[in-house]
Ligand binder design. Structure first.
Ligand code: HEC
Length: 293
């Protein structure tokens, strides 16, 4: 097929093939690296979120709790001043007012607060912690049809948890009144009782990555179109036009117009071709002269 095409068309077809192949390669390769970027960025965001929250919990334990224990009467119910789970869940609620798609939660299959009941995905991760499959979990997850990058860390019951999570009789009456006796009790020391989950949405990062690929493809295409145009102009001026001129002059000479001259301005293969024709023209003229005599 290529054999029947003009040189100009052949070069255009060849460049178009190079364009398509390099675009596929660049978009494919770029897509892979951008996907890595999406994961890295999501991981950074979850890490930052986790660090802020665990340091807020540290502040509660180091500063507020000792003071609260000192100031709050023994029989008063003030878990907000001592329990990290409660404080962080509340802080997360404030954060969600500004970042509604970010989720921070303590999930448990046996919660005091039904809002903290783990879903199927969280149950699976928590079961993994119980079986000792991993000490922390991270990866992509779907929640309410949206894609997230999620990290999870187990919550293990210690001796200081039992006062509230053992049995309703031991717990503070206000806690029992507020949460009921249905679930959230029966913790045993050393048990995995739930996990801290952080979900960072990936669709915004993903969309940004796709936009970057589109921009790149558009710029690459414009650049290639300019190259194609420049190469085409070059081929026309340095190959096609000179060859057409040589064909035109050679045809005239073959019809006997021996006064026609080849005009080639470059010093290349075209010039060699024109010189060869010139020599042939001289030989032809000599042969005609001999014939005429
Ligand atoms: C002073 C009482 C108290 C102590 C001590 C306490 N918790 Fe809780 N815990 C609560 C209350 C109250 C909630 C419900 C918070 C809410 O409404 O979101 C809760 C919630 C939780 C949840 C989320 C699921 C649920 O039950 O709603 C987990 C998991 C949890 N606690 C684990 C622990 C662990 C582990 C410890 C020990 C390190 C601990 N708690 C110590 C009172 C306590």
């Amino acid at each position: 097929m290529l054999k029947n095409m003009s040189i100009r068309k052949r070069i255009v077809v060849m460049l178009a093939v190079v364009y398509v192949l390099s675009l596929v390669l660049a978009v494919g390769g770029g897509g892979y690296f951008l996907q890595q970027d999406v994961e890295r960025e999501a991981r950074q965001k979850t890490e930052l979120f986790a660090t802020v929250m665990s340091n807020a919990a540290r502040y509660l334990h180091n500063v507020i709790r000792p003071k609260a224990e000192e100031l709050v009467p023994e029989d008063a119910y003030f878990p907000e001043g001592s329990v990290g789970v409660i404080m962080l869940t509340e802080v997360a609620r404030y954060i969600q007012q500004q970042y509604p798609e970010y989720i921070f939660r303590f999930a448990s299959p046996n919660p005091l607060n039904p809002d903290n009941l783990s879903n199927d995905f969280e149950d699976k991760i928590i079961a993994g912690f119980e079986d000792g499959k991993y000490e922390a979990w991270q990866g992509f997850a779907e929640r309410d049809g949206k894609k997230f990058y999620a990290v999870a860390k187990p919550l293990i019951a210690g001796s200081d948890c039992i006062s509230c999570h053992d049995t309703p009789d031991v717990a503070h009456p206000s806690q029992v009144e507020r949460y009921g006796t249905r679930s959230g009790y029966g913790y045993l020391e050393g048990d995995v009782v739930g996990a801290r989950f952080i979900y960072v949405p990936t669709d915004v990062i993903q969309k940004e990555a796709i936009k970057r690929i589109m921009y790149f493809s558009a710029i690459f295409s414009v650049f290639f179109l300019l190259v194609l145009f420049a190469v085409d102009r070059f081929v026309v001026s340095s190959v096609v036009k000179p060859i057409e001129h040589i064909v035109d002059v050679a045809e005239d000479i073959s019809r006997g117009k021996l006064d026609r001259e080849f005009h080639v301005e470059t010093n290349d293969e075209i010039k060699m071709l024109a010189d060869a024709f010139d020599r042939m023209k001289v030989s032809l003229a000599k042969a005609m002269d001999i014939l005429r005599q």
